[in-house]
Write a protein that binds this ligand. Structure first.
Ligand code: FEO
Ligand code: CA
Ligand code: CA
Ligand code: CA
Length: 636
């Protein structure tokens, strides 16, 4: 039997929900947005690329590599700063005072910092105006460029911060939902009954699925093990076929301090990278972040959160059936028999790639993701991928090995995957499923931990500094529930002129080489876009976003579309359904380890003395309103 396609399911779901939401939305006032267009310097002057790299008609001229404090888009495009750290969620306007002194109460009401994942969810046009919800993660805070008088260095601020500053940091984490509308001058934020804000210190989350209520999830504050305050480290995410949004809890090990005890949880804490020396100072003020007092609190983080942006009354849920690890994001699709399939990555060196196949049909929605089969990938040198099921009682996942029930398997997902012989990977991050072919693309960003003796067929480079994008082929476009698939490398990254072991298609320009791939996203025309996080380490260029077709002429040939300011990563790309706007997060501009608020390495986007750098979501559009990256029907 062939199940409904992902698009069909989303459309069905949206048309049902839009009828409910329309009345309330029509009543929302139309507010004035604050917009900053880019200065002329931020648009690339067209330099003449060599003949082999001449862009085809209606395409774009690749942005040049380089390092500076500007956002660069190709000639003919414009970047608009839509929402910067501290902005009003009602109209997008900047924080009116000194951002370095923003209080926790103010921050809880405003756009958080260090934006990552974005999702654009269209709402029905209102009087011909295109509009939608923009859902944005706020991954972390970096105190040295957030507050006055902090020292440089990664962890140096943690012992010095006041409780009020730590409270502001927790408030700057989490997630924002705003409504945006497209007018003649670009996108603007408007007041909406759907505006929403989750943060790290005050938002309650339900815990559901097999590990909810487990003894190892119970704490003094929550003896039920079913309710937790806050979400942190929200990196990437995904949109489900039933219209909900998934937001991933990634580097949660950075949040817990204190002495590790010798009890049951010690090995678990260590396996999760919790060593009592966190980046953040929260444990100095709140017992739940101190593992000597609450050793089970970390078990309540590292999950995938699901919420319904069109139903603010429904609480967000941490779905334990999806496993506990450094969740990067979730690529959601539908299997041949109509079940939901989520591909998920654990972004740490030598960790794994996971898949969940729901028990029920994707069309059911609701609490569907509480019941399913979680599995982990083993890659073999014969070109096969095998999915190994993480089910209590099967194979080594038994009492004898410390797994008393499925809750234990999920709380210690990584250790369970170790036991099954999964393939340790080079930091899997972005995943995207090709809507046409069903092929699954996985970005392995880079991995300084793979020793020469640990290279294998899928990771042939020891201490790979540049990463790669894998291509996984299920048996057929919707064969996502299959036990076995095939794999190959789409590209192996790096500059072919300088680095060993690269792989690209024919026709790569001097500007098109890519390194440290992170988020992946297919645009509505079915072309793959690749965001990078880490290219500046190489000393030649800031990060950016690249168009990298996976089919036809130009397959596996990235082309550089955008370059971010110094210190920033380019992350969280999403497109409007017409392909004419690209939203992207500019995260941690100027946040080098030696930077402080007094001596920032960036003042993007305002470039004014005394202003800190502000992470922000930008909206990219072509000046002629055309499709981002050119219209593929015109040969691009
Ligand atoms: Fe937060 Fe793996 O990126
Ligand atoms: Ca990030
Ligand atoms: Ca990432
Ligand atoms: Ca990354």
């Amino acid at each position: 039997m062939t199940g409904p396609s992902l698009t069909e399911l989303i459309n069905r779901r949206l048309s049902r929900r839009e009828m409910i939401g329309k009345t309330a939305l029509a009543a929302a006032a139309f507010g004035l947005g604050c917009r900053h267009s880019c200065t002329p310097k931020q648009q690339e002057a067209t330099s003449s690329p060599n003949k082999a790299s001449q862009p085809r008609p209606r395409s774009f001229t690749e942005v040049a590599p380089g390092i500076d404090d500007h956002l660069h888009v190709p000639e003919g495009y414009q970047a608009q700063v839509l929402l910067a750290w501290g902005a009003s969620l009602e109209d997008g306007s900047d924080f009116p005072g000194d951002l370095s002194r923003i209080t926790a109460d103010e921050q809880r009401q405003r756009f958080g910092t260090h934006c990552d994942f974005t999702a654009f969810l269209p709402l029905p046009d209102l009087d011909g105006v295109q509009r939608g919800l923009l859902c944005v993660n706020h991954e972390l805070t970096i105190a040295r460029v957030m507050f006055p008088d902090m020292p440089p260095g990664r962890r140096a601020s943690a012992p010095l911060l006041s409780q009020a500053q730590c409270e502001t940091e927790l408030a700057a984490h989490g997630h924002s939902v705003v409504e945006i509308r497209l007018g003649p001058e670009g996108w603007r934020v408007v007041p909406s009954p759907l505006t929403r804000r989750f943060d790290g210190g005050s938002t309650p989350f339900e815990l559901r699925g097999p590990a909810a209520g487990h003894a190892r999830m119970q704490t003094s504050e929550d003896p039920s093990g079913r309710r937790v305050i806050g979400t942190v480290a929200n990196c990437s995410g995904g949109v489900t076929p039933w219209g909900t949004v998934l937001i991933a809890e990634e580097n949660v090990d950075n949040y817990f301090g204190g002495q590790l005890g010798d009890g049951q949880e010690r090995a678990n804490l260590e396996r999760f990278g919790i060593d009592g020396r966190p980046d953040f100072g929260f444990w100095r003020f709140w017992d739940r972040f101190d593992v000597s007092k609450e050793p089970r609190e970390p078990n309540r983080f590292g999950w995938m959160v699901e919420y319904d942006p069109r139903d603010p009354k429904r609480p967000p849920v941490k779905r334990t059936a999806l496993g506990r690890f450094s969740h990067e994001g979730a690529a959601c699709t539908v299997s041949e028999d109509g079940r939901a399939v989520l591909y998920m990555a654990d972004d740490s060196g030598m960790e794994y790639l996971y898949r969940l196949v729901s028990d029920g049909p994707a069309s059911a929605g609701g609490h569907l993701l509480d019941h399913g089969t979680l599995s982990v990938a083993r890659f073999d040198s014969d070109g096969s991928v095998t999915w190994l099921d993480l089910i209590h009682g099967q194979g080594p996942l038994t009492k004898e090995h410390g797994f008393n029930d499925q809750g234990d398997v999920l709380i210690e997902t990584r250790r369970a995957a170790d036991r099954l012989g999964a393939t340790p990977m080079d930091r899997p991050e972005g995943i995207a499923v090709d809507p046409k072919t069903g092929r699954v693309y996985v970005a392995l960003t880079y991995n300084r931990y793979r020793a020469p003796e640990a290279v294998d067929a899928v990771h042939p480079r020891a201490r790979d500094a540049h990463g790669q994008i894998l291509e996984i082929m299920p048996p057929g476009p919707q064969g996502h529930g299959a036990k076995k698939m095939r794999w190959d490398a789409l590209i192996r990254c790096g500059d072919p002129a300088r680095h060993e072991g690269t792989k690209y298609g024919d026709g790569l320009t001097e500007r098109g080489w890519v390194s440290c791939p992170d988020n992946l996203r297919f645009d509505p025309s079915g072309r793959l876009w690749v965001c990078t996080d880490g290219m500046e380490r190489d000393g030649l260029t800031c990060d950016g976003i690249f168009l990298c077709p996976v089919a036809g002429e130009g397959r596996a040939v990235p082309r550089r579309f955008l370059r971010v300011p110094t210190g920033a990563e380019c992350t969280g790309p999403s497109f409007t359904p017409d392909g004419r706007t690209l939203f992207v997060s500019i995260q941690h501009p100027g946040a080098h380890y030696d930077a402080t608020l007094a001596k920032p390495r960036s003042r993007w986007p305002h470039q004014k003395e005394g202003r800190p750098p502000q992470p922000a979501v930008v909206a990219i559009r072509a000046l002629d309103g055309g499709i981002i990256g050119g219209d593929p029907k015109e040969g691009v």
